[in-house]
Write a protein that binds this ligand. Sequence first.
Ligand code: BTN
Length: 286
Amino acid sequence: MKHSMDPNNSYLPEQIKKRLTTRWLGQTIHFYQQLDSTNLTAMELAERDAPEGTVVIAEQQLRGRGRAGRSWHSSPRLGIYCSILLRPKLFPAKAQLLTLMTAVAVAKSINIKVGLSSTIKWPNDILVNNKKVAGILLEGRVSSTIMEYAVIGIGINVNHTSADLPDELQAGASSLRIERGEVVERSGLIGQVFLEVERLYEGLQQRDSTMILEQWRLLSATLGRHVRIIKKDKVIDGIAVNVTTEGALLVRREDGSLNLFHAGEVEHLNMSASGEEGADGRDTCS
Ligand code: BTN
């Protein structure tokens, strides 16, 4: 695989800070040229009592982690690889709201700063033109009743050309640069993501998740679609009808029964006139 020239290397904490309009999130940035995984480093900081709002950013990850034990491809200086440390007052059962919240923040920021129309595939893949451009990985430590801390990892394919994406991602993934046809300034985008997360998270801490859920529904590429859920060995088809206050997906099956999914892989199905299905947008990016 060939790497394109870095089109924009001004991505230092100072540049990000200049564009930052948050009150507390991202005010402390741990910046690295290279890390195994920003999530891993953020969790180590959390264990050492780092304050809420601490952020870890790397220009490259050697072992970027994706959902379901997959890896996250992290080309040097082309993407955004960052983790946000939070200490939410949230029951562990509601942890999924944090990923929905971040998906909303990332999708809105792409729409505002890059001028693309991005959508969210349940629970938290960000799509542009049906291709995955960003993913979110929530990790952390929970006790039986509270979340000790949460680390939200955000990976955005920003300035990758198609040559920068490995073969296995060519079909399902893209970057903001490919979709916009122009290089994207990373510092402004990351500053906007932090601002959107801060706003939504403050609502959540006041026990108000309506803003997150309403915006998630508006940005959703999944609701109203024929979907196939793959969970362990089971395959369930139906129509995605809603997302619950815990962030679970409600699916109506052909026999009219309603099923709730808290986790799993989702495929968007294209239903042809003959009723035949074709998979579209399977989670292939991590
Ligand atoms: C997914 O599989 O869709 C989630 C991908 C999350 C990737 C980000 S990159 C920054 C942070 N650090 C990691 O190791 N992973 C997350």
